[in-house]
Ligand binder design. Structure first.
Ligand SMILES: N[C@@H](CCC(=O)N[C@@H](CS)C(=O)NCC(=O)O)C(=O)O
Length: 209
């Protein structure tokens, strides 16, 4: 059984969502970022970067949400949530995953870092407006990429949609404008999936423990 180290309202929901989609059992360990549990020696043994998510498997521990999702789908989903390695579709999947984590997500992370995640003395508030502008530019590219498709790769739900769904929900909670109808309905389609709801609730349940 897998053990997911995470915290509500973070990228760990991507991993919980993927586990729920595939139907894999997992236990959940909350790492309270608010009180700095991720800086503890104990957690650094699990992820030396001191970040969530981390997934403990029988063979070792994985970090980096996108890599964990690809691993889980390759290992357990028999190509249901991921194209076959070596196929052109798989190339598109990897291209899309890279775009999501290096382009679409980065302005949101920059905003979060300069609003609350960095130590106060390292924050540069002026960067926030630049990041908002960058997000609006990259969102336009994303909207074109999606077009009239229901899902990003081969019009079939895959792990890249999990990451994209999370990034768009993050944009909404950051109160960023999403002025593209196709992107709004895509986000609604993803965030109304039962597996997302189960993942989200499971993580939140650990807040009250
Ligand atoms: N690229 C990593 C990013 C992980 C990450 O930055 N996680 C945040 C929560 S969403 C975290 O643990 N932040 C604590 C910190 O940066 O000190 C991934 O996708 O897993």
């Amino acid at each position: 059984m897998y053990t997911l180290y995470g915290y509500p309202r973070t990228r760990s929901v991507r991993v919980a969502w993927a586990l729920e989609e595939i139907g894999l059992p997992y236990s959940y360990c909350s790492v309270d970022l608010k009180v700095g549990e991720h800086f503890s020696d104990e957690f650094r043994k699990i992820n030396p970067a001191g970040k969530v998510p981390a997934l403990v498997t029988k063979e070792g521990t994985l970090s980096e949400s996108a890599a964990i999702l690809t691993y889980l789908a390759d290992k357990h989903a028999r190509h249901e949530f991921i194209p076959e390695p070596g196929s052109f579709s798989r190339g598109l999947y990897e291209q899309t995953m890279s775009f999501l984590v290096t382009e679409l997500e980065q302005p949101l992370w920059t905003i979060a870092k300069h609003k609350f995640a960095l130590p106060v003395e390292k924050r540069v508030p002026a960067v926030i407006d630049v990041a908002k502008w960058e997000f609006s530019r990259v969102l336009k590219v994303f909207s074109k990429m999606l077009g009239s498709n229901a899902f990003l790769v081969d019009n079939s739900f895959s792990m890249v949609d999990v990451v994209a769904g999370h990034v768009l929900s993050w944009a909404r909670t950051s109160e960023l404008d999403i002025p593209y109808d196709n992107v709004v309905s895509y986000a609604e389609r993803l965030l109304s999936r039962k597996a997302y709801d189960r993942a989200w609730r499971k993580e939140l349940a650990h807040l009250s423990e």
